[in-house]
Design a protein around this ligand. Structure first.
Ligand code: FPP
Length: 224
């Protein structure tokens, strides 16, 4: 059976869920936070060590200001309400992406990362203002600046995920099949599951079923 250490998730479908059920995209984001909480719990139960959640891409800045503000307010209250609880559960929080938010949110993110930095049960990587192409360009630039050879080892050392193993499994909810500039390097050999359900409808059973199916796959990594 395949071991599973790292699950990455593109949490898609909040907007559509919100419009369908409450005539408001933001209501979908609010409901999406509940799914985040369920999936964190289920990850602990499944003894997963790394959970990477795509919460805001570099392209998401194109959205209306009202929606962007709502998302960051949600994130802020999630951290204010939950960080103590996550810490008690020995969960570590790491931000992927460049912290170019309000001074208040940047401080809260730094504080949350610092508080949980020694925790070992599960590491949640929250991708915020994250874009894989710019991560790669910056990594190549750093290798070049340090006069090192461009090779896999040196590049990986300069990615934002440098201390994190590559995802074993990528799940994208929301019935869309694309990567949306997410972990393009790191997903090279990940197993990919596209889920029809919208993120707010995705639940622990759906997650466990995907993990069960993932475990049955024969992973060859190019071998036979
Ligand atoms: C994609 O759905 C979802 C996002 C861009 C935001 C994800 C954010 C959350 C789940 C809530 C905040 C997270 C935390 C960790 C507190 P979409 O809006 O693109 O959906 P659509 O495709 O239906 O429009």
């Amino acid at each position: 059976m395949n071991p599973i250490k790292h699950v990455a998730i593109i949490m898609d479908g909040n907007g559509r869920w919100g419009l369908k059920h409450k005539n408001s995209r933001n209501a979908g984001h609010k409901e999406g936070v509940r799914t985040v909480e369920k999936i964190i719990k289920a990850s602990v139960k499944n003894k997963i060590k790394f959970l990477t959640l795509y919460a805001f891409s570099t392209e998401n800045w194109k959205r209306p200001k009202k929606e962007i503000n709502f998302l960051f307010n949600l994130l802020e209250s999630f951290l204010l309400n939950k960080i103590e609880d996550l810490h008690k559960q020995n969960i570590k929080l790491k931000i992927l992406g460049y912290k170019k938010f309000s001074l208040k949110l940047n401080k809260l993110l730094n504080k949350s990362e610092k508080k949980t930095s020694k925790n070992t049960k599960l590491q949640i990587n929250l991708a915020l203002n994250y874009g894989s192409k710019s991560e790669l360009i910056n990594a190549f630039k750093k290798v070049h600046k340090n006069n090192k050879r461009i090779n896999e080892k040196n590049l990986v050392k300069n990615l934002q995920t440098k201390d994190i193993p590559d995802p074993d499994l990528l799940i994208r909810t929301g019935n869309t099949k694309r990567l949306s500039n997410f972990l393009l390097w790191q997903l090279a050999y990940s197993e990919i599951f596209f889920e029809k359900k919208l993120w707010p409808d995705f639940n622990e059973k759906d997650y466990n079923d995907i993990i069960k199916n993932y475990k049955k796959i024969k992973r060859n990594f190019g071998n036979i």
